[in-house]
Design a protein around this ligand. Structure first.
Ligand code: AMP
Length: 457
């Protein structure tokens, strides 16, 4: 399928696709849409940002349009792990479905129950739901899945992480066995995904085209070594001050870490907001609104809060801590480089996190460049047995390069230059495609692409 026209989608959908600005199908859409239109069950390794939402919505909408059933109840169910993801799927539905007469409703925890009951009574064809709340509505009889013909489990790996699988199984028991089911997951290798697939899918086709090792060709990955939290804070500040981005997302492994980082940045006059799991729905919406409309260009988030975020124009992701797993890394970095745009993920790596980062790089097959910010180089230079100590000559070159280029240049030019450097990958010196901390002796190829930190009062 080279174009959306090849899929022979109904005219209202083609108009919706054009309105959404989708000119060509993404690779995952090319792979999934024809197979799904044939009615196959499938499981697809597709990361956020790959276009997976339209990949499952379009064939479902097409099939619903082909066989209208005005008297039927809910015919399609999209289960997602988070409220944010649910509203993004609904946005997608509105974007591509605006010329169709299909209807959809969102059922998620945190929203008023009576509104949801009213929405369910209107019998939407498509339900987009988080498992917990939908299960409750099924138990009270407000929701009914006896007409269900299409089921999607989106971000199945997240569902597993968040312990939502029991709810998923309870929901599925209420649905007819005769249905088409699709499972999407950033990775199909995560433990538990195969078991889920076994319970949910019948003779599924496996689509691994958007395999995690090649999921994000548009993202550059960099590591900056750090000595301690205070050093990380200085590095983060410098990155946010000098990199060229419209919006940046900073991730912390913990809520406290996110809060502290946001407070520190605000003290340093960086406009930022914080998003974590403890915020109530209204507050989250407000924060997301500020970030989306550009009022705050920097959002500091914990993993839980950031699941499923889809904000266009995020060009920089900073991992203040090394994520707990390769999948978390993938989800975080997937916030940038979306739909053809380039992005950059920078991970600040302290000594205790070195091995974890090396593992993530191996797991994801990432090609990670190690960079240093001039004047903020870490004493820590990688695990002693794996990396060589930084060579004096390299250090000098780096310092000279930074000083020589930077001095007396106006800030706008610095930013341009910084942008160039920040996206540059370090070339492996041994020609063997060495990747990341383990394969790359520390100190070789260290770039000094940033100005010394500005001093503030
Ligand atoms: P998803 O992976 O479904 O979360 O989609 C990521 C982003 O890509 C969303 O902002 C979509 O609007 C956008 N997108 C999806 N499909 C296409 C397409 N064919 N062309 C351009 N953008 C797309």
């Amino acid at each position: 399928m080279d174009s959306f026209l090849d899929a022979q989608l109904a005219e209202p959908l083609l108009r919706g696709i054009a309105k959404a600005g989708f000119e060509q199908p993404t690779p995952v859409q090319t792979a999934v849409i024809p197979v799904a239109l044939e009615g196959h069950d499938l499981m697809a390794a597709a990361a956020t940002g790959s276009g997976k939402t339209a990949a499952f919505l379009l064939p479902i909408m097409q099939q619903l349009l082909e066989s209208p059933a005005p008297r039927a109840g809910t015919r399609a169910l999209v289960l997602v792990p988070t409220r944010e993801l649910a509203s993004q799927v609904l946005d997608h539905f509105h974007a591509v479905g605006s010329y169709s007469r299909l209807t959809a409703a969102v059922i998620v925890g945190g929203d008023p129950r009576n509104h949801q009951v009213n929405a369910l009574r209107r019998n939407p064809e498509i339900l987009i739901a988080t498992p917990g709340r939908l299960r409750e509505h099924l138990e009270t009889g407000e929701a009914d899945l006896s007409d269900l013909a299409y089921l999607v489990l989106d971000e199945a790996d997240r569902m597993l992480d968040m312990g939502l699988v029991e709810d998923v199984f309870a929901i599925i028991q209420q649905a007819p066995a005769e249905r088409q089911s699709m499972l999407f997951s950033a990775t199909l290798h995560r433990r538990g995904v195969a078991e889920l697939a076994e319970h949910l899918l019948r003779d599924p086709l496996t689509i691994t085209l958007d395999h995690h090792r090649s999921a994000h060709p548009d993202i550059d990955h960099q590591v900056i070594l750090a000595d301690d939290p205070a050093h990380k804070a200085r590095l983060l500040h410098r990155l946010l001050e000098t990199a060229d981005y419209q919006r940046a997302l900073v991730f912390s492994n913990t809520r406290d870490g996110a809060e502290q980082a946001a407070t520190r940045l605000a003290d340093l006059d960086i406009r930022c907001a914080v998003l974590h799991g403890e915020l109530d729905q209204r507050e989250r919406k407000r924060v997301m609104g500020l970030f989306r409309d550009g009022t705050v260009p920097v959002l500091v988030a914990s993993d839980v809060a950031a699941r499923g975020l889809d904000v266009p124009g995020v060009e920089l992701v900073v991992n203040l801590d090394v994520p707990r797993s390769g999948d978390d890394y993938l989800h975080r970095s997937g916030r940038t480089g979306r739909a053809g745009r380039r992005g950059l993920t920078v991970t600040l790596v302290g000594a205790p996190e070195w091995n974890r980062m090396a593992g993530i790089e191996r797991y994801l097959g990432l090609s990670v460049g190690q960079v240093a910010l001039a004047g903020l180089e870490a004493r820590f230079q990688g695990a002693p047995k794996r990396g060589k100590p930084i060579k004096k000559a390299t250090k000098k070159r780096a310092a000279k390069g930074a000083a020589g280029k930077v001095e007396a240049k106006p800030k706008t030019k610095q930013r341009l230059r910084d942008r160039k450097n920040i996206g540059k990958r370090r070339q492996p010196s041994n020609g063997a495609g060495a990747k990341g901390p383990e394969g790359t002796p520390a100190g070789q190829g260290v770039e000094a692409g940033f100005d010394p930190p500005k001093r503030r009062g």
